[in-house]
Design a protein around this ligand. Structure first.
Ligand code: NDP
Length: 335
């Protein structure tokens, strides 16, 4: 087996030498265990937070252990009656080629159907990021047809699923993304009604003006993935009784200080602002995954993927994700 361990913690920005590649023997299987050959590893922004040794909603990634991460792959050996060699499965296998999973642990290993949904999508649109978009939109923003919805990091794994879900509910859907290619793709391929390139704007006031033009009736729901200047630009455009799902603040993950935003506007516009962690709402996953799979199967959601080749490419691809170099769901192809 080959594995990436977290070797040391970042001081400021994360760097490739925070990770260490090692080889090891896969231990023999115990009763109830399954050996999975990983085909794809998911790289996700939350991994950056876990590299720090600071207080958060989960414990930090321990040093010297395999980096945590979602994986999809195939069962190659099984000592569990629930899984057979050849089964396609989703697990949290980590940054490694093979994973040993205790099949009886609830949620540890899930069989998936790849007849209508490609295996890799179970790490993106029909997986954790898709459910994240679903939870924030459906349960927190509670959109009504005709309302205006805005999402930042619009072409990413979460943002692209958000667009399909908001359009399916009859909303005007506006994205914020970095660069002309991503914005064109957002409108032409993902179905956004408009997309604003935040990189064209030096400050929040200028970005806010562009938002006003793209959202002539104001904003009823905002799905926050970025924070910083983008949130500062959106808040003044929120309508009274608007709802904000605070999903992520990636602008502040890699050691940069995050500018304080306008809490006064939350008061004066009587906004409902709610943070959430998708893995704490397992009850919605079946319903959300069903809708997302149907959107994929009917061609209404065809997310883009950025695929890095080989396990050795994982650190650079991950550091790129934190700088917006990915274009769509970031994966590492392991086989
Ligand atoms: P994406 O696929 O959207 O990739 C990250 C994107 O963020 C980049 O492509 C880039 O897009 C943007 N970005 C990166 N750095 C910056 C920066 N400094 N300033 C502004 N934008 C930046 O990732 P995901 O869809 O997987 O995740 C999106 C967000 O959702 C993240 O904040 C993540 O932490 C959060 N999340 C939260 C969950 C929860 O349970 N609360 C669960 C899953 C995800 P661009 O080039 O357009 O700027």
């Amino acid at each position: 087996n080959q594995q990436f361990l977290l070797d040391n913690r970042p001081a400021g920005e994360a760097v490739a030498s925070n990770f260490r590649l090692v080889s090891s023997e896969t231990p023999p299987l115990q009763d109830g265990q399954v050996l999975v050959r990983h085909h794809y590893l998911s790289l996700d922004p939350y991994m950056r937070g876990r590299m720090n040794d600071s207080k958060s909603y989960t414990a930090p990634q321990p040093l010297g252990q395999v980096m945590l991460g979602g994986t999809v792959g195939e069962v190659v050996e099984s000592r569990s009656p629930k899984f057979q060699p050849g089964d396609k499965v989703v697990s949290v296998g980590g940054w490694q080629l093979y994973g040993v999973v205790n099949a009886d642990e609830p949620g540890a290993l899930r069989k998936v159907d790849t007849s209508h949904v490609p295996l890799s999508y179970y790490l993106g649109a029909v997986g954790m990021p898709g459910v994240t978009a679903w939870y924030g939109l459906v349960k927190l923003i509670e959109p009504k047809a005709g309302e205006t919805m805005v999402v930042s990091a619009a072409t990413g794994a979460v943002g692209s699923a958000f667009a399909a879900l908001a359009k399916a509910r009859g909303c005007r859907t506006v994205g914020i993304a970095g660069g002309p290619d991503k914005c064109r793709y957002a409108v032409e391929e993902l179905g956004f009604d408009a997309c604003i390139d935040y990189k064209l704007h030096q400050d929040a006031a200028s970005l806010s003006k562009a938002l006003k033009a793209a959202c002539p009736d104001g904003i009823n729901g905002y799905f926050e993935n970025v924070g910083g200047m983008v949130l500062d630009a959106v808040l003044p455009r929120m309508n009274a009784f608007g709802r904000i799902a605070v999903c992520g603040m990636i602008a502040g993950y890699d050691g940069k200080p995050m500018p304080l935003t306008y809490p006064a506007l939350i008061l004066t516009s009587r906004l409902k602002v709610q943070g959430f962690i998708v893995t704490e709402h397992l009850e919605v996953w079946p319903e959300a995954l069903k809708e997302l799979a149907a959107l994929v199967a009917t061609g209404k959601l065809h997310p883009r993927e950025s695929v890095a080749e080989g396990l050795e490419a994982a650190p650079e691809a991950f550091l790129g994700l934190l700088k917006g170099k990915n274009f769509g769901k970031q994966l590492v192809k392991l086989i």
